[in-house]
Ligand binder design. Structure first.
Ligand SMILES: Cc1ncc(COP(=O)(O)O)c(C=O)c1O
Length: 400
């Protein structure tokens, strides 16, 4: 057999970049707003350029507005949502701390894994996949385990469930002197979230869901109480890159080099947040509720079933039950191939049981909902499902 000599590898012939134009109605990323794309083609400045320092300040101020917080410690973390998630958990959980995590979805499991890697002990509060946490169960878990940190998922992307009763959960945690970390990846900018009013100590998110922005710089906010714990750790956080006591040097008063910020992603996030501020956060929440409400009305009129109860329906992620006998994977690939429309399948306990249909950010538009309802209905009908396509399309149109 011919053994290539060192250095004789040929230059690959790779054509120009021409990805297909998709409509992104899955669990994220969602469609990016054209203004955000334009901001991303703006020339770079250095990450310590005085003009970039101003952009950093503006981005932080816009993030505070969007999170509904006055927290000084509000930054975009370099990396995807998992980076802001690990920054929150890896800094707040110290070796020997106990963290209480939920079992009602995929991302509670990721919280547990990150807490263990931070040297913490993990205890769980149970609820079935597809249901929110019950404050009574959270209270019982606190009484039994006395955790130091409590994490919950405000918008569970794997099940389409919005956690209600957040102030009740945070007050249980604070009565036990614990810190609260909220996963807001699929809620920030899409469904009501009030970090200060709800007394959340640390909240993290991602830009690629309800903010109409590509992944890369991920929102994080911590109040002074949480930051005091981080700054008085006995042992440094295990990740150097995500150590908030070091990142303070860059995002705090000093503005000194820690790592090279993803400048283009910060531009993108700033523009995405400017869009939020221009229309106002409440009107953005309302737009998500109304547009996703039309989507929900459409699928229900087609006689499909939503997986989550109306009471904790999550407008940004609609979990729709796969009709009996239908292969969800085949439907998903037909939608992609035939309509350039992306939706996703269920994860974990809901694999094969649900379609996950996002309605987030720039994807939450009437034309996308019309396309989704008619394309999904027709495709399901082709696979023999008993769906009333016309009634679905009409119901969605009435609401749009
Ligand atoms: C609820 C939730 N948490 C965390 C994450 C992780 O974010 P990322 O995939 O951007 O790292 C996601 C991503 O889908 C999510 O939906």
């Amino acid at each position: 057999m011919h053994q290539p000599e060192f250095g004789d590898r040929q230059a690959p012939e790779v054509g120009e970049l021409t990805p297909p134009t998709r409509t992104l109605m899955g669990p994220g990323p969602s469609d990016v707003h054209p203004r955000v794309l334009r901001a991303m083609s703006t020339p770079l400045v250095g990450h310590l350029d005085p003009s970039f320092i101003e952009i950093m300040d503006e981005t932080q101020e816009l993030l505070r507005y969007t999170f509904r917080t006055d927290n000084q410690w509000t930054i975009p973390v370099s990396g995807t949502g998992s980076a802001s998630m690990e920054a929150a958990i890896g800094n707040l959980v110290e070796p020997g701390d106990t963290m209480l995590v939920p079992t009602n979805g995929y991302f509670g499991g990721r919280m547990a894994e990150m807490a263990r890697r931070a040297g913490g002990d993990v205890v769980e509060v149970d609820a079935p996949w597809g249901e929110p946490l019950d404050p009574v169960a959270v209270q019982a878990a606190f009484d039994e385990h006395q955790p130091d940190v409590f994490g919950f998922v405000h918008a569970e992307t794997s099940t389409g469930v919005r956690q209600p009763d957040v102030p009740e959960l945070t007050s249980i945690a604070h009565e036990h002197d614990a810190y609260v970390i909220a996963d807001c990846v699929t809620s920030l900018g899409g469904v009501p979230l009030k970090v200060d009013e709800w007394d959340i100590d640390a909240a993290y998110s991602g830009p690629q869901k309800c903010l109409s922005c590509p992944p890369g710089a991920s929102p994080l906010t911590l109040n002074d109480r949480a930051m005091d714990k981080v700054l008085s750790r006995e042992e440094p956080a295990r990740s150097w890159y995500l150590d908030l006591s070091l990142l303070e040097g860059y995002w705090g008063e000093e503005r000194a080099y820690h790592h090279t910020a993803p400048i283009t992603n910060v531009y993108a996030l700033r523009e995405a947040l400017r869009l939020v501020a221009e229309k106002g956060i409440e009107s953005r929440w309302a737009r998500h509720r109304e547009t996703a409400g039309a989507l929900k009305a459409g699928v229900e009129a087609m006689e499909l079933e939503m997986n989550a109860d109306d009471e904790y329906w999550l407008p940004s992620l609609n979990a729709v039950r796969v009709p009996e006998g239908v292969d969800d994977g085949a439907v998903i690939s037909d939608l992609l191939e035939g309509y350039d429309l992306e939706i996703a399948s269920g994860l974990g306990a809901l694999e094969g049981e649900i379609f996950r249909i996002g309605c987030m950010g720039h994807s939450a538009r009437p034309e996308n909902v019309s396309l989704l309802v008619s394309a999904l209905g027709q495709t399901l009908a082709e696979y023999g499902a008993d769906v009333a396509v016309g009634a679905g399309v009409e119901a969605a149109a009435e609401r749009l």
